[in-house]
Design a protein around this ligand. Structure first.
Ligand SMILES: NC(=O)c1ccc[n+]([C@@H]2O[C@H](COP(=O)([O-])OP(=O)(O)OC[C@H]3O[C@@H](n4cnc5c(N)ncnc54)[C@H](OP(=O)(O)O)[C@@H]3O)[C@@H](O)[C@H]2O)c1
Length: 321
């Protein structure tokens, strides 16, 4: 595994991290989830990304992860970076969603209990909440660190204007933002507009989620929607109509370039997302160890020629998910 420093901080993250949004809930196969966590750790994937609401049911990915950790990896806690988040809907009533101090404080306590951890390495505000003063959310993050419940804080899905205000607030209180988490892939290049330069300016890292566009940037949908794919399963976040003929045509063309590079489509999509040195790590989601193995394999060829990048840019014109 290769590791990169998170911005100008002293913390290194593996270039490939594992996310537990799908495939780790009580509805999923526990043994497969356990195998993936162990395979990841044995292969240097030291970073595991959680959130309060991952499952389904919400919270169950944290519970399963805690159980796997306790039964298999408890002596390795200091070799792992474990993150969680609060920001999206988690429980009924006015205190289980958004960015209030009440929600963040209650949620991290619940997440610590479910995982059995003493602290998270990174705790994120999962989204910007326009109904809560930004200062309230940021102060909750500062206090979470001061209380020893997290070592570092991160921001996810913040628009550029609010991101700057938040980063300044955190800097002024000596709890700088470690990392920014945002969707980034060949089919979603929005962070290239501003977020990547903001993170660099503030010395924070950047970690991409859904770098395979939830599986679209693999060869799995080239001949229809397989029954066991995210677009077909009832709890999957990828909708069938998002697997559009327009995007699949793009994947077909990209897949040819991948073949010329001696890579699979997934490997090239991951290598491409890592081509910018401001990108610290990619959080992949996998349904089994085979997918994870292939994804780690992407690191075997991270360099692109100018011609390849131009061809890819041309193919990607108009393609967003
Ligand atoms: N901060 C946020 O708001 C936010 C939002 C979303 C996600 N995240 C984080 O990012 C993580 C990753 O997101 P994601 O699951 O959407 O990432 P992704 O890597 O883009 O998509 C994962 C899916 O792609 C397919 N896949 C992965 N590797 C493959 C391979 N080698 N060959 C073929 N198919 C492959 C699998 O789908 P099939 O099931 O179809 O096989 C897998 O479930 C999440 O777990 C979470 O930690 C954060």
């Amino acid at each position: 595994m290769e590791y990169s420093y998170c911005g100008t901080t002293g913390l290194q993250l593996p270039k490939i991290s594992l996310g537990l949004w799908h495939n780790f809930g009580f509805v999923d196969d526990y043994e497969t989830a356990r195998e993936m966590i162990l395979f990841a750790f044995e292969n240097g994937v030291t970073h595991f990304d959680l959130a309060n609401n991952y499952g389904p049911p919400p919270g169950s990915a944290e519970s399963n992860f805690g159980k796997i950790l306790k039964e298999n990896l408890s002596s390795h806690r200091d070799q792992m970076i474990i993150s969680s988040k609060a920001g999206y809907y988690m429980w009924e009533g006015p205190y289980g969603d958004g960015g209030s101090r009440k929600y963040l404080m209650a949620s991290i306590n619940q997440s610590l209990k479910r995982t059995g951890l003493e602290y998270f390495d990174i705790f994120y505000s999962h989204r910007y909440d326009k109904n809560t003063p930004l200062e309230e959310t940021m102060q909750a993050l500062v206090d979470i660190v001061r209380q020893g419940k997290a070592l570092y804080v991160g921001l996810s899905n913040y628009p550029p204007v609010q991101a700057r205000i938040a980063l300044n607030y955190l800097n002024e209180r000596d709890v700088p933002c470690l990392i920014f988490q945002h969707k980034y892939s060949m089919f979603n290049r929005q962070p290239e507009d501003e977020i990547l330069s903001i993170t660099k300016e503030y010395g924070a890292g950047f970690i991409a989620f859904s770098p395979l566009a939830q599986g679209l940037l693999t060869d799995k949908y080239l001949h229809g929607i397989p029954n066991d794919s995210r677009a077909a399963i009832p709890n999957g976040f990828l909708r069938k109509e998002q697997v559009s003929p327009f995007l699949i045509e793009k994947v077909k063309q990209l897949n040819e370039i991948a073949g010329e590079r001696g890579q699979t489509m997934a490997e090239m999509a991951l290598a491409w997302a890592l081509r910018d040195p401001r990108v610290t790590s990619l959080i992949v989601g996998t349904r089994n160890t085979t997918q994870l193995k292939y994804n780690i394999n992407a690191l075997q060829n991270l360099s692109f020629t100018k011609e390849e990048l131009i061809k890819i840019d041309t193919i990607l014109e108009g393609a967003t998910l």
